[in-house]
Design a protein around this ligand. Structure first.
Ligand code: B12
Ligand code: SF4
Length: 493
């Protein structure tokens, strides 16, 4: 059977293009099972949807909708596929967490919820035998009266059964980017989920707070393939949590050294799991950056978001990574529901007292599938978008969509812009010591990403990038009173 997968265009996006791992995993799995598969990423190059569908003649079209950003293009692809008479299935985070909303699109036949590998295999088998798709575990559909009917998902798959990624299914050369000293960095995943229950994060719903590590031999095999065939010299492990147990780290390091692969990599970790000697070992094996979500510096807020991370422990961790020479990221969320100026000041204080190289700050966004989303909707203080069109205008976490805190909008914008500007104007402490490394990486990857989508998009997206730059500059320079109020410019030793 033939399956054609699309990754929708996200429009203007200030980050580099990155290889769609979810679709790659599904397609690799199906290919190994004898199906004919193709992945088309609408973010790289111009893709004529109609022509591709007519030439490939798929039995079903799958669209990966990661967030609200992909919705507009996903609708466009779905309409074209439906016009061609092909079954259309949406999957990924957005349709899993907002299933009813996804099914309001008249061109979507089904939503496949959760992990896509086995449900797709079932769908292709059903299509080949003419059996009903709506009865398959993990499939949601509209009933006769328009009501949503969802069959519960299978239990999570064993990641060994899902198998390794087949990178030949993507144009990997289009996705390599410069990043923190790497000339050709790509995304890879080595784990799924996280045992955490943070109130703002959809991991609790999507991964049911279950952490699963991929077999290390798959990851090593993939690293080998990437380095040998595409000259990849860096990998960003995009897992929510790279490792939960020290033994997993030890096993990876041992196997990486044994393989002889020479690569730089970055990971996302939680404070308190690894010790200094572990980070030292990771550094010796090629790890160069570690991302920590510290989320808030206020004890009460830490409790409310279920992070329970003492500030002292956070500071110790950053001192440790600093001593080792790792580039470290301390990431914070601002504008939580009911957050006060005092609580925000505590966050700024913590941010400015940790020895982090970079301090990314994100605006709180009520994401479907999260505890905060349910809470603010129930309390009636947040009116979620009721249509796909409205939903697609929500730019999660990067811009201030809705402010549910007790802090004025402008304060939130100044705080985020302040830290962004510090990174952009080279006032961060990147460990490579290269001048304006972050700014140059951002500009290079931004230009690469917007140049991929054709001349018209280049100008539209270029203008959006320019507007964002001006806004960051403005908010970080034009409000000295707010900078003073939160002591944004006071860094502690
Ligand atoms: C890597 C990553 C990125 C990369 C994207 C790389 C890429 N091109 O795929 C970058 C950095 C560019 C990125 C950007 C954004 N991201 Co992001 N990202 C992630 C991250 C950390 C990992 C995703 C991943 O690759 N996982 C590994 C693969 C194997 O799993 P998967 O993607 O979930 O795919 C499986 C299933 O979802 C399903 N599936 C996927 N596609 C399809 C399609 C079909 C048809 C079917 C049936 C099934 C299916 O099957 C797959 C295999 O099992 C997740 C968190 C997470 N760990 O899930 C956040 C996450 C998906 N991102 C998120 C957000 C908010 C964003 C941004 C909006 C951030 C921003 N402010 O700009 C943008 C949106 C970009 C977009 N395209 O819409 C949220 C989404 C929340 C939501 N939807 O409500 C997440 C969940 C993080 C979080 N907890 O908040 N992201
Ligand atoms: S925010 Fe991070 S630590 Fe918290 S639940 Fe989500 S993935 Fe886990």
């Amino acid at each position: 059977m033939k399956a054609l997968f699309f990754f929708p265009a996200t429009g203007y996006y200030n980050r580099a293009l990155s290889n769609p791992l979810g679709l790659l995993s599904i397609a690799s799995f199906l290919k190994r099972r004898g199906h004919d598969v193709k992945i088309l990423d609408r973010n790289i190059g111009k893709i004529d949807i109609r022509r591709e569908i007519s030439e490939f003649a798929p039995d079903a079209v799958g669209i990966s909708v990661m967030s609200a950003r992909g919705v507009n293009d996903a609708v466009k692809i779905s309409k074209t596929a439906k016009d061609a008479g092909v079954v259309v299935i949406w999957g990924g985070q957005m349709p899993t967490l907002s299933t009813e909303m996804a099914l309001t699109c008249p061109y979507v036949d089904y939503v496949a919820m959760g992990e896509g590998e086995y449900v797709w295999e079932d769908i292709l088998n059903a299509v080949s035998k003419g059996l009903p798709i709506a009865d398959i575990p993990g499939v949601a559909s509209r009933g006769e009266n328009g009501e949503v009917r969802a069959v519960p998902c299978r239990p999570f798959a064993d990641l060994r059964d899902i198998g390794p990624l087949d990178f030949t299914l993507l144009k990997m050369e289009k996705y390599t980017q410069t990043y923190l000293g790497c000339k050709k960095m790509v995304y890879l995943y080595s784990a799924k989920g996280c045992p955490g229950r943070c109130a703002f994060c959809s991991n609790t719903t999507f991964h049911k707070s279950v952490f699963r590590k991929r077999p290390v031999d798959f990851v090593i095999q993939e690293l080998k393939f990437l380095t040998e065939n595409y000259g990849v010299d860096g990998v960003y492990f995009s897992d929510e949590l790279w490792c939960l147990r020290r033994e997993e780290m030890l096993e990876f390091c041992r196997e990486l050294v044994r393989s002889g692969i020479n690569i730089r990599f970055g990971i996302q970790m939680r404070v308190g799991i690894l010790k200094e000697e572990d980070y030292k070992l990771l550094y010796d094996c090629g790890c160069r950056w570690v991302f920590f979500g510290i989320e808030s510096g206020n004890a009460e807020m830490q409790k409310r978001i279920h992070k329970y991370m003492p500030s002292e422990k956070i500071r110790e961790t950053f001192e440790m990574t600093d001593r080792i020479g790792l580039t470290s990221f301390a990431s914070m969320i601002i504008g939580y529901p009911d957050e006060t100026e005092e609580q925000l000041r505590d966050s700024v204080r913590l941010m400015n007292s940790v020895k982090a190289s970079m301090r990314p700050v994100y605006h709180f966004t009520p994401l479907p599938g999260t505890e905060f989303y349910r809470e603010v909707v129930e309390r009636g203080i947040y009116e979620p978008p009721r249509t796909l069109k409205k939903m697609s205008s929500v730019i999660e976490t990067e811009s201030l969509g809705v402010n549910l805190s007790k802090v004025p909008d402008v304060d939130l914008k100044v705080i985020r812009s302040w830290y962004n500007w510090q990174a952009f104007s080279d006032k961060s402490a990147l460990k490579s010591g290269k001048k304006f490394e972050f700014a140059l990486d951002t500009i290079r990857s931004g230009l690469h990403s917007i140049s991929m989508q054709g001349v018209f998009s280049f100008f539209v997206n270029g203008f959006a990038a320019f507007r964002e730059f001006v806004s960051t500059f403005w908010y970080s320079h034009a409000y000295p009173d707010i900078v003073k109020k939160y002591e944004l410019n006071v860094y502690y030793k």
